[in-house]
Design a protein around this ligand. Structure first.
Ligand code: DQA
Length: 161
């Protein structure tokens, strides 16, 4: 459905390993399970999702730049880049879209280096510690935040008419 709004759901490094990666911290669900839960939410809400994962910082930056043109909002779990990446922070700040930052684990309960997030400076809101359900909560929040938003390109065309 071309008219459906698109929300980007971006996942950072090592999240492709969910299910087997430190299950005592991240749970037993795989990224495919999380994608399926998000897809069910999207069906229910008549929204299109673009769900992606990358182990590369630059690729995530490229996708955030792409979202600027074609999405109404970004849900992002930047994984370890949360704590290191000014590039992802800058890309999100430039995107001019609502951003919900998600973490499966409660990063504030963990090692000190995880307590600081560069990304949070560009996030509208942050959800952490609620496992995979955090993604669905983030989408609920995004539905409100993106409200009547249209992707930038489409908004321009509408104005020309
Ligand atoms: C994470 C938390 C990060 O500190 C960690 O590097 C991850 C996953 C989370 O979802 O809990 O890879 O973002």
């Amino acid at each position: 459905m071309p008219d459906r709004k698109t929300i980007f759901v971006l996942n950072g490094p090592n999240l492709n390993m969910l299910g087997t990666r430190e299950p005592e911290i991240y749970g037993r669900e795989t990224l495919a399970d999380i994608e399926a839960a998000c897809a069910a939410w999207a069906d229910e809400h008549g929204v299109r999702l673009d769900f992606r994962q990358s182990n590369r910082e630059g690729e995530l930056v490229d996708w955030i730049q792409e979202a600027r043109k074609s999405a109404v909002g970004i849900v992002i779990n930047p994984a370890a880049y949360t704590h290191t990446s000014v590039a992802i922070l800058d890309a999100l700040a430039a995107a001019g879209l609502p951003v919900v930052e998600v973490h499966l684990s409660n990063i504030h309960k963990r090692e000190r280096f995880r307590h600081h997030s560069y990304v949070s400076r560009a996030a509208t809101g942050v959800i952490c510690g609620l496992g995979s359900h955090g993604y669905v909560l983030a989408l609920d929040a995004m539905a409100r935040l993106a409200g009547g938003r249209r992707p930038a390109r489409r908004a321009k065309k509408a104005r020309r008419r």
